[in-house]
Every structure is written in C-alpha cells, then in structure tokens.
Ligand binder design. Sequence first.
Ligand code: SF4
Length: 208
Amino acid sequence: MQKILLEIYEKFKETYNIENWWPIYDGKEPFTEISVGAILTQNTNWNNVEKALKNLMSYELLTLEKLKDIDIEFLHELIKPAGFYTRKSKTIKEFATKSYKRKQIDREFLLSIKGIGKETADSILLYGLNRPVFVVDAYTKRLFSRLGFVKEKEKYDRIQKFFMENLPNDVSLFKEYHAGIVEHCKAFCKKKPNCEKCILKDLCFYPT
Ligand code: SF4
C-alpha cells in the first residue's frame, strides 16, 4: 500500500507546486495567520480568504494579542469577504483569547473551540505547528474514493488512519500530500472529472 501511495505522491510532486504550499502573506505570527486562514477557509474558496486576511493585515491585526481584543463588529467588516462572518468572527476571537499565552496547543484544545472541527484543527496542527497529522478534506474523500482506497462517506478518523498507517510519519510529506490532493482535484478530479488527461488515470478504476 505504501508503495502505491508514494507513487501517487511522486506524480503530485512532478506535476504541481506543492512545496511551501500554504500561503503566508504577513508572516509576523505565522501560527496565528495560518490558524485564522484555516478558520476562514471553511465553506469558501481561498481567494475570499486572501481578501479577508489582507484586510486584517492592513490593520496589523494578525496577532493573537490584537485579535483577542478586537471589536467584534470591526472583525465582521474585515472578514466579510470570506462569508459566514458572524460565526467565523466568534471562532477567531475565542481561538485568540484562549490561545494567547497558552503553552500547550493540541487537538483536544482546538476541538473545544466552537467552530473548529477536525479538518480545521488538523490543518492548524499540521501547517501552523508542524505536527505530523494528516488532514482529510472533501478533496481527499473524493479522490481516494474514486481511486478505490476509501469510501467517500467513511468517517473522518478512519480515512485519516488509513493515510497515517500507510505513509511515513513525516510532516513535510503530510503537508505536500494534502497540497497535491487539493491541486489534483482542482486540476483534474473535479466533481465532473477530466479523466482523459489525468496523471493518475493508470491507477484509477473510476468509471467514466
Ligand atoms: S482518472 Fe478521473 S476519477 Fe480517477 S483520479 Fe483521475 S480525474 Fe479522478
């Protein structure tokens, strides 16, 4: 199993730009910026997240210290481009307040914050804290169910376990693998897939 998963990874690396894939615009507090981005990206595309992050950046607000004290109405205005701004503002404020000066940030803590689910928590752990955690998202489910490795409706934890048991425990690999899945689903394995030109078509049994 590991051999074929690594073969897929090699194809991703040859085809897509997956190194240092999670974008950093401000860089003052990368952990805060990545975490806020992970919250903002729920139910929207990255272009909208980028607008919201740049709004925050323009007021130098991408720090836990600033975000914990920010006026919630002002936060609404700044993150509006990313949608669901009332809910996301509450989550960002709670996240900043509880994380500020906290020594230990782990999955249990992140999941205790309203509005942070498993995918968001794992994105924060992997990209923000360099912990070896595999992120499962809708793209992962779509691609790997079409390739025949998992079922699309399978539970998050079971799909995550599949990758973590079958790939070397390596932070960079987990980041680049996730990035490759996202890029591949955007390029070829869309809702209506473009199998004809797909780099994985020799490995795929999806009927088209
Ligand atoms: S062959 Fe089609 S279904 Fe299979 S991975 Fe490629 S685009 Fe997706």
